[in-house]
Design a protein around this ligand. Structure first.
Ligand code: GRF
Length: 201
């Protein structure tokens, strides 16, 4: 299945998707970053995947940025759009256009800790467990139907950094697994919830 991956940073999730691409039956047609310094661009180039930089600072409005991003994505006619550490809030027009085709990974056990600094916030809240979630993207930030989660125990001596490191290891397993469900046609978005093999998740 043809996919486009959107990134903003290091791209370690992108790397895990690249490394598993043949197993999960995904052809990564392009990697698009809103940040020209994203290390993930180099990861894509090393794997001969076309890259694009589309800097949001160059656009007068969020809507204009999203329209241009959408035109770029559509050139590749992807069946799946993967947000792998893409740190931009998307307009409702954009998320509606790709409803049911766009997945995001978020570093928390949603619905807990939507938004930024999730690891520190989980520590500050005295949580016993933390983790990552993959969800369908809707207009609600980090609020779309959850597909799957992976959790880790929070240890007494954890810092945000040590916790982030363990959560990332989980992310690298979780995201390719969920993407594979999608490429196999097992995963759908139905009336505000996700289904796997026809069963509500
Ligand atoms: C990950 O923790 C992801 O869940 C979050 O941003 C981080 C991106 O890491 N949205 P990377 O760029 O994949 O290394």
């Amino acid at each position: 299945m043809k996919g486009v991956v959107l990134i903003s940073g290091s791209g370690s999730n992108l790397q895990s998707i690249i490394d598993n691409a043949s197993v999960i039956e995904l052809n990564i047609e392009a990697v698009i970053s809103n940040n020209s310094n994203a290390y993930g661009l180099q990861r894509a180039q090393k794997s001969n995947i076309p890259t694009h930089i589309i800097e949001h600072q160059s656009f007068a409005s969020r809507a204009q940025f999203d329209q241009n991003l959408s035109q770029l994505i559509d050139q590749y006619t992807p069946e799946i759009i993967i947000l792998a550490g893409f740190m931009r809030i998307l307009t409702a027009e954009f998320t509606q256009k790709y409803a049911g085709k766009m997945l995001n990974i978020h570093p928390s056990l949603l619905p807990k800790f939507q938004g930024l600094n999730t690891h520190q916030r989980a520590l500050d809240a005295g949580e016993k467990h933390h983790g990552a979630s993959v969800h369908f993207v809707t207009s609600e930030l980090d609020g779309g139907p959850i597909i799957a989660q992976s959790s880790v125990d929070i240890l007494a001596n954890d810092s945000a950094k040590s916790l982030a490191k363990r959560v990332l290891i989980e992310e690298h397993k979780l995201f390719p697994k969920v993407i594979h469900w999608y490429t196999q046609g097992r995963l759908t978005l139905n009336h505000h919830h996700a289904t796997l093999d026809g069963q509500k998740l």
